[in-house]
Write a protein that binds this ligand. Structure first.
Ligand SMILES: [Mg+2]
Ligand SMILES: [Zn+2]
Length: 207
């Protein structure tokens, strides 16, 4: 398997690593409203395969997920972290390393207490992408974003990412914002194939 390029993209070094930002619910795991229990963890068929293919080709993966269920009081941050640990350990068993996981617990109107805030992280804003990119030491511009809602796509567009809307989960049916994606794909595995195809052709990035 190809060795990952150096992470920092030093001038004169090998190509800088590229990131793929992934929404969680409806992209990696089956969408159920307000997911927090262990029994809610169900991977979308082939999503792990797609993630694995990206990792093996040297991409950094980041998960960026709105989790307003926390702010609404449906579950706690601790519940969220327990669920996340379980998900990441399953991915890890399949050889998938996720370099950064960001969540937004807020909601501008339905949040309770400190969670009621018009934050910079809730998609369609891109605060989580900015933070993940900084953690990973990658550029936002030229990265990829894969999501199932228009709000995911919008966050990618304003970040200068190439965007892919998957048909799993909401499949874009939320229509919350106007955000035409660059590509459409049946699922995350198909999205990974698009990304790897573009990388190979040298289009979009690796100019
Ligand atoms: Mg989603
Ligand atoms: Zn937030």
């Amino acid at each position: 398997m190809m060795k990952p390029d150096n992470k920092t993209g030093q001038p004169g070094g090998s190509a800088q690593r590229k990131a793929v930002f992934l929404d969680r619910d409806g992209v990696i795991i089956v969408e159920r409203n307000y997911i927090c229990r262990a029994e809610d963890l169900e991977f979308i068929p082939r999503s792990i395969d797609g993630m694995k293919a990206l990792v093996e080709s040297g991409f950094e993966l980041a998960i960026v997920t709105n989790q307003a269920g926390i702010g609404r009081g449906y579950f706690t941050e601790e519940d969220y972290h327990t669920f996340t640990d379980r998900m990441l350990s399953t991915l890890s068993m399949h050889g998938v390393r996720v370099g950064s996981v960001q969540f937004c617990p807020h909601h501008p109107t339905a949040g309770i207490g400190v969670y009621k805030t018009d934050c910079v992280c809730r998609k369609p804003k891109n605060g989580m992408l900015t933070k993940a990119a900084a953690e990973l030491g990658v550029e936002l511009k030229g990265a990829w974003l894969v999501g199932d809602k228009t709000t995911d796509i919008k966050a990618g567009i304003i970040s200068g990412c190439s965007t892919i809307l998957v048909k799993t989960g909401y499949g874009g049916s939320d229509k919350e914002v106007s955000a035409p994606p660059d590509y459409a794909a049946d699922d995350l595995n198909a999205a990974a194939a698009i990304i790897l195809g573009c990388a190979k052709k040298g289009t979009v990035f690796f100019p």
